[in-house]
Design a protein. Structure first.
Length: 261
């Protein structure tokens, strides 16, 4: 196993070569049942195709892709099983989060990027997929620290994200919360590596996902619970705002929990 199991917190179509936020929504149609092996290479990652797309039909479907692309295609397809409505909200959340991480890794790979961010994204997706397959998704953290290749930017959005998770918002909007989280990290990484113009679309995407998640929460809860959510957002913002990197300190961030506030 490449990526060690993360300890529990106490309180959540074929691949295309598009290089934009729509990658967060891409899915595939193949099936896999075994583990993946990732290792560093000249590009982002190398995935052992023998662990994925084992049937002849799948090999034929993805014959025009290289081994890495084929493996990622089947990893995405396998995640679809955990995104269905008969799964728990937490399973759906993590499956969508893994999908978003894979799409980010695919994006980086398609650009022949040598940034470590693509490898980190692939490893994160692999860890989640393995936990889902073992039924140990409860051992994955809902509030995850920001990796060293990224930073805490837009503390207002991070505050909303953490408050929604802490308030049970995953039950109302597992996909939206998962996509917004990865989009925030993606955006900050792009700003660290390039500039704010390139990161702007991902920040806007994260904002839209969070608006939808917040609306779903409001519609599913009473006024007292909604007032409590707003208060929690304020508390998280006050905690996060001093860590706002503004693109200048891209060395990750440990996100403090409420018992540290």
């Amino acid at each position: 196993m490449l990526y060690s199991t993360i300890k529990v917190a106490t309180y959540k179509n074929p691949i295309c070569a598009a290089f934009s936020a729509v990658l967060l929504l891409s899915t595939t149609s193949c099936v896999s049942t075994t583990a993946t092996t990732l290792q560093k290479s000249g590009n982002i990652t190398t995935i052992d195709t023998s662990d994925y797309c084992q049937s002849q039909d799948l090999k034929a479907t993805y014959k025009n892709q290289n081994s890495q692309q084929r493996a990622m295609s089947c990893m995405l397809a396998e995640l679809q099983h955990y995104q269905q409505k008969d799964k728990t909200a937490q399973q759906q959340y993590f499956a969508y989060k893994a999908q978003a991480w894979l799409n980010y890794a695919i994006h980086k790979d398609s650009m022949n990027s040598r940034s470590p961010a693509g490898l980190e994204a692939a490893k994160s997706a692999e860890a989640i997929l393995q936990a889902l397959k073992k039924g140990s998704e409860n051992d994955l953290v809902l509030i995850q620290n920001i990796s060293a290749s990224s930073a805490l930017m837009r503390p207002d959005l991070w505050a909303t994200l953490s408050a929604l998770k802490d308030s049970g918002g995953i039950a109302s909007a597992p996909r939206e919360i998962a996509f917004s989280e990865v989009a925030l990290i993606w955006a900050a990484t792009d700003q660290c590596e390039h500039n704010s113009r390139q990161a702007g679309s991902q920040f806007r995407m994260a904002d839209r996902w969070l608006e939808q998640a917040r609306e779903a929460f409001v519609n599913a809860h009473n006024s007292k619970e909604n007032v409590a959510l707003e208060g929690l957002i304020v508390r998280y913002y006050e905690q996060y705002s001093p860590f706002d990197a503004s693109g200048e300190r891209c060395n990750g961030q440990v996100l403090p929990t409420l018992d540290q506030m």
